[in-house]
Design a binder for this molecule. Structure first.
Ligand SMILES: Cc1ncc(COP(=O)(O)O)c(C=O)c1O
Length: 370
């Protein structure tokens, strides 16, 4: 049966693809069971026990919609960050917020600048609003700030996306370089500075809020999905000027936040001791992944995130064979989608038992695929 005849021409022109195939789909489609879930850059360390308790307590009130203004969460985020609640917009993860930002700015045919092989969900939203992606290749496995700036100017682009640290390579620029990039952009170009991994990055990676917060052409996106271990709760936020933050109210889903998730986020922000502990575990796990890679003759890249990209030294087909081979052993990992980044595999940090499974499976897979 054909689909409805009056879908927009834009929708009809889009491929029915999703940016990611989830581990659940892999299990269903290949009849396999995930034993080590270290592919989606979630936190295998989980949320804090205090967060789980707060969410459990909130469960019986789940018949309430959440406060559509997200007042308490904005207050808590502002106190945590040292800015005003008016500087914050809240949404169902960075992913939803990226969609809103693209919708605010992009009309069909407009150029949008990003790096070739950077976070695909952003590209997905750009396609959904009819934008035209213009990409700068990574240089030495890092996003190329000068290249991005040049493209913005050449295309007179109204929107540029840059993640610091980045996914899928785990690379980063220091705070000064990032702030200088933001300051060098024309006022007519909005920067999405995606800081999904800011908690796991070394000191000096994230520009001070005060340096960029008054710039109407900067929106910084952050999430509780990564270090805070709340990926399934879907809590993200934007830090920007009050006027920009208000613009989200024109288009956001006002009852989009799950009440249980907000309770979890409030508890997570309070439990900074747990976060500190998890950050140490993430760092130790990055080391463990890197050791396993080296022990197998592969080259781990230095990472500022909760995952490690590993250069497998050959092409995308070889890296794909490793990803698929590991899955046969129940080890779910992913890989970058675009050459030359796709010579790498990408492994999320996880529990010691995940590392044991990885250490057992990887040499077997490498031997099998030769
Ligand atoms: C760079 C980047 N931005 C955003 C996200 C998604 O964040 P959220 O779970 O808040 O939608 C991810 C998740 O992998 C990411 O790598």
């Amino acid at each position: 049966m054909p689909s409805f005849a009056r879908f927009t021409p834009l929708l009809s022109s889009l491929p029915a693809t999703v940016p990611f195939v989830g581990p659940e789909a892999i299990e269903r489609n290949r009849g396999l069971i995930v034993r080590a879930r270290i592919g989606a850059n979630e936190s295998g360390f989980g949320p804090a026990p205090s967060v789980v308790a707060a969410m459990a307590e909130a469960a019986s009130d789940t018949w309430h919609y959440s406060d559509p203004e997200n007042f308490e969460l904005k207050q808590a985020l502002a106190a945590h960050l040292g800015c005003s609640p008016t500087n914050i917009a809240v949404g169902e993860g960075i992913d939803a917020l990226l969609g809103h930002i693209v919708r605010m700015i992009i009309e069909p045919g407009m150029p949008v600048v990003t790096s070739l092989g950077a976070y695909p969900t952003f590209n997905f939203h750009v396609a959904g609003y009819g934008g035209r992606l213009v990409t700068a290749p990574y240089v030495q496995d890092r996003e190329d700030l000068a290249g991005l700036l040049e493209l913005v100017k050449r295309e007179n682009a109204p929107l540029v996306y840059f993640a610091n640290p980045d996914n899928p390579m785990g690379s980063w620029w220091n705070a000064d370089a990032v702030a200088e990039f933001a300051e060098a952009l024309p006022e007519t170009c909005l920067l999405i500075l995606d800081e999904a991994y800011c908690e796991t990055a070394p000191d000096g990676t994230t520009p001070a809020l005060s340096r960029l917060i008054d710039r109407p052409n900067v929106m910084r996106t952050r999430t509780l999905s990564k270090a805070y271990g709340l990926a399934g709760a879907r809590v993200g936020y934007v830090i920007t000027t009050p006027e920009n933050a208000q613009a989200f109210d024109k288009i956001r889903n006002h009852f989009g936040m799950a009440r249980i998730s907000v309770a979890g986020a409030l508890a997570a922000l309070k439990d900074q001791a747990y976060l500190t502990d998890v950050l140490q575990k993430i760092s130790a796990s990055r080391d463990a992944i890197s050791d396993i890679a080296r022990a197998n003759g592969l080259l781990p890249l230095v990472s500022a995130t909760n995952f490690v990209a590993i250069d497998c030294g050959r092409d995308g087909a070889y890296a794909r064979a490793i990803v698929d081979g590991l899955m046969e052993h129940g080890v779910f990992i992913r890989m970058p989608g675009v050459a030359p980044l796709n010579r790498c595999i990408r492994i999320s940090t996880g529990l010691p038992q995940d590392m044991t499974l990885l250490a057992e499976a990887l040499p077997q897979v490498l031997k099998t695929i030769g």
